[in-house]
Design a protein around this ligand. Structure first.
Ligand SMILES: [Cu+2]
Length: 295
């Protein structure tokens, strides 16, 4: 008789394990490998919430194995208790433990949500770097208003300096997500949202769009490179006024092409481009939504 091979052998299991862990190297900087205080707090909250939920999950997993074994059909000499109907102890455990957990997790989330306010500046060292992000179909345009450079689908940031991002959309609703650096915030036409964080070490990160917004959505991602302060200054000097400008025509081409774009850096952009994009969708009373204002 031929021996039946198990569907999942040790080799497959180790390959699966390696595949899972491959997403978690220092080079990719997932949210589990934070590079800013903001991202570190977010990871801590995630781990605390997960740990607290295990208080319910572990007994459930144990019971899922224990109950079928204990009450299996072929068990001989099993207890037979036809009069059993109610247990105050079981009622108390199954209601009070989850209730305590809901209160505990709510309290944690409340504290961390206020601590991680994306609109609040991080405990900052030095002059903040202003970045304006515009989401298009399906690419990101980044403007550096203080440095006179712009980029598409690539974001270069200096290490150890607070970053103040203003985010809007020149298309449908999207969401900017910087795992490992900051959280996620929505990008909406006619509105400005903010994301504040301070990268505390160099490295390469992936930025993503977390809001499903059509065909090209999976390609709506970009590289984030955190470099030393000197390298960042060199990057600005190299491109400012030297590289081609992001002209109004080029911007319109990007906005009208419903596809992703190759990473590019521009040595200038039309003044007040970000405000123009916001005001395109916001005819009156835009003041509450423009950069710098708190909701
Ligand atoms: Cu990791």
């Amino acid at each position: 008789m031929a021996r039946i091979r198990p569907a999942i052998g040790p080799r497959t299991l180790s390959l699966l394990g390696a595949a899972v862990l491959a997403g978690c190297t220092t080079e990719t900087h997932s949210f589990l490998n934070p590079a800013s205080l903001t991202a570190e707090s977010q990871r801590d909250l995630m781990i605390w919430a997960f740990g607290l939920m295990l208080v319910v999950l572990i007994p459930v997993w144990v019971m899922a194995i224990w109950f079928p074994w204990r009450y299996r059909e072929d068990k001989s000499g099993a207890d037979y208790r036809p009069d059993w109907a109610h247990s105050n102890l079981i009622e108390a455990v199954v209601w009070i433990v989850p209730a305590i957990l809901v209160v505990a997790i709510s309290a944690l989330v409340w504290v961390y949500t206020h601590r991680l306010d994306p609109y609040a500046s991080p405990v900052a060292r030095g002059e903040p770097l202003h970045v304006q992000a515009i989401s298009l179909d399906w690419k990101w345009v980044f403007l550096y208003p203080d440095n006179g450079v712009a980029s598409v689908n690539t974001l270069i940031l200096p290490e150890g300096r607070p970053v103040e991002m203003s985010i809007t959309s020149d298309t449908v609703m999207n969401a900017l997500y910087l795992p490992g650096l900051a959280g996620q915030i929505y990008a909406m036409a006619g509105m400005v949202t903010h994301l504040n964080f301070a990268p505390d070490h160099r490295g390469h990160f992936t930025g993503r769009n977390m809001q499903y917004s059509g065909d090209g959505f999976p390609d709506h991602r970009f590289d984030v490179s955190v470099e030393s302060a000197g390298d960042f200054q060199r990057f600005v000097r190299e491109h400012q006024g030297h590289s081609p400008q992001l002209s109004t025509a080029t911007y319109r081409q990007l906005a009208n092409a419903h596809a992703t774009a190759r990473p590019a850096v521009f040595g200038g952009f039309p003044p007040r481009l970000f405000d123009q994009v916001v005001h395109k969708y916001c005819a009156t009373d835009c003041d509450q939504t423009t950069a710098g204002d708190r909701p």
